[in-house]
Structure formats: structure tokens, C-alpha cells
Design a protein around this ligand. Sequence first.
Ligand code: XMP
Length: 330
Amino acid sequence: DWIMGDYIEEAVARIREQVGDEEVILGLSGGVDSSVAAALIHRAIGDQLTCVFVDHGLLRLNEGQMVMDMFAGRLHAKVVHVQAAEQFLGHLQGVTDPEAKRKIIGREFVEVFQAEAAKLKGDGNKGAKWLAQGTIYPDVVESGGTKSKKATIKSHHNVGGLPETLGLKLLEPLRELFKDEVRELGVALGLPADMVYRHPFPGPGLGVRVLGEVKPEYVSLLQRADHIFIEELRKTIDPTTGKSWYDLTSQAFTVFLPVKSVGVMGDGRTYEYVVSLRAVETSDFMTADSAELPYSLLKKVSSRIINEVRGINRVAYDVSSKPPATIEWE
Ligand code: XMP
């Protein structure tokens, strides 16, 4: 067992020694690993760190604001907020194939990040010399040859995985830590538990949760529907365990289906879109079971989504297991 306070002191000292008075760039995604890395490095070197947050417009509702409030607002870290939604959505126009969408999002991401990093690097000897990444121990193992099977089924894009480092030196202070340790460290560094214990979110974000072509209208409907689902999961406590259904599930989210179904509202007929809720329990994400959410919770979420999100008139619940289905729908 390790004592977190001592660990932080050691890690901070190590980072200071490595970096000296040089500048560091870090790609902040809002995910656990890059957030904890940012908080730790900021603790060590303060304003020598600049975080680059590429907002591809495929994030959860209010996520961009949340990341900025947390890092720029509360931690007083330097954060460049790159608002690239239009650019990403532009490149996704007309594209329906899931793998093609992943490739476009991954490629754009690298391009936008590298352009921003190149500005910070400059060409004199004043610019940034380091690229920090939230690589954790399981990532190190995975890239050491024993590639996980899921990576061959779907091409995974993660903010950590830049193909080249722009000639910057790599700073990876979480390399020896397992996920649980990263979470504990995050809490000890003052990040909110809510943020540090969040469900995983795929790099391509809502790009793979809007089935088929990603249109801005669809993204907005999905963001609002998903926000309601997650809010109700967090609010609803299971009496036997005393835990929220958010904490009882490994991953939960909403999927937008670009098909229309008929409904009634007041005296009129509606003809609007459908979403599916997905919630799974899993220990390794290689196999998963759909979560047995209480019916009352599902009905509450359904009625809230249909009443509050104009444009959606039907909510389904996905009960498939992985395999043969996958956790995501694309
Ligand atoms: P599947 O859908 O393959 O998902 O059962 C397994 C886990 O991987 C996540 N996932 C991704 N993560 N980029 C990511 O960073 C991706 O392209 C991607 N696709 C799936 C998924 O959310 C689940 O946790």
C-alpha cells in the first residue's frame, strides 16, 4: 500500500527535476487520465504547463464548459480551448461508415492538436520542449506487443495516441499507475470524485453514438437525451446496495437512431426520431451484460426525454450482451 501524500510529493519532485524550467504541452481531453496528468503536472510546475483542449463538438452536453471551469477556473491552469466543432462536423458530412468516421475524427484530432502544439513549440529556444501524456500502465503494456483484441475489431483513437511527438520530449508521469491508482491520485489532487469516477467515453465521442451520418441537429438531440439519462442514473439510488445506478453500471449512454417513428402528442400525430439507452456491467469491456435497470427508472428517463427533447418521440432499451453485440452501436 502506498501513502498518497508522499507519492504526490515524490512525483512532483521527479517532474520538476525532469523538466527544469522548460515548458510543457499537454492534450487535455476531459477524460480521467489526461485530467489527472494535467492536475499533477500543474501541481509540479504551474504555468510552465499549457493544456490544449481540442473540443471536437462530439462531447457530452456542457462538457467543454465543465473542463474549462475545472482546469482554467478552479486549478488556474493555462488551457487553450480549441473550438473545432465546425471543422470536425464539416469533414464528417456525408460519411456514414463507422470506421471511416473514426479515421476522420482521429486524423482531424491529431492535425488540430499538432497545429496548436507547433505554435506553442515555436522555433526559437523559448518554446515548449515537452509533450505530456496521460499514459497509464495498462497502455504501456498494451503497446508493448500484447495488443488487445478489441483494437483489431474497431480502430481505437485516443487522445494519448499521437503518432509523432513533434520532436518534443515525452513526459508521462502516470506510466507506472493502474487505473484505480490514477483515480485515487486525482481525488488527492483535488479533482472532484464525480469526474474521476466517470464512465469511460470513447475518443470519437458522439461521432460513434449518432448512427450513420453525423449531423449537428442529431448531435444536439443526443446530447440532451443523454444528459437526462445520466442525470437520472446518478440520482436514482438502489436501496439494496445504497449506490446510484450510475455507480452500479460500468458504462451507460444514449444512442441516436436516424429513423423516424410515429407518435401522438396532444391532438396531433408526431413523426420524430428514436434513441436507445444502453447500460452495461462489465469487468474488462471485452464481454458485457446489459444492466438490469429498474423499470421505473427506464420509464422515468423515457418520459423525460420525450417531454423535454422536442424531436425525439420514442425511447428503446438495448438488452444485448457482448458478444455478439458490442457495447457501442458502431
Ligand atoms: P465496444 O463497442 O468495442 O467497446 O464493445 C468497448 C469499449 O471501448 C470503447 N470504445 C472506444 N474507445 N475509441 C475509444 O477511445 C474508440 O474508437 C472506441 N470504440 C469503442 C467503448 O466505449 C467501450 O468502453
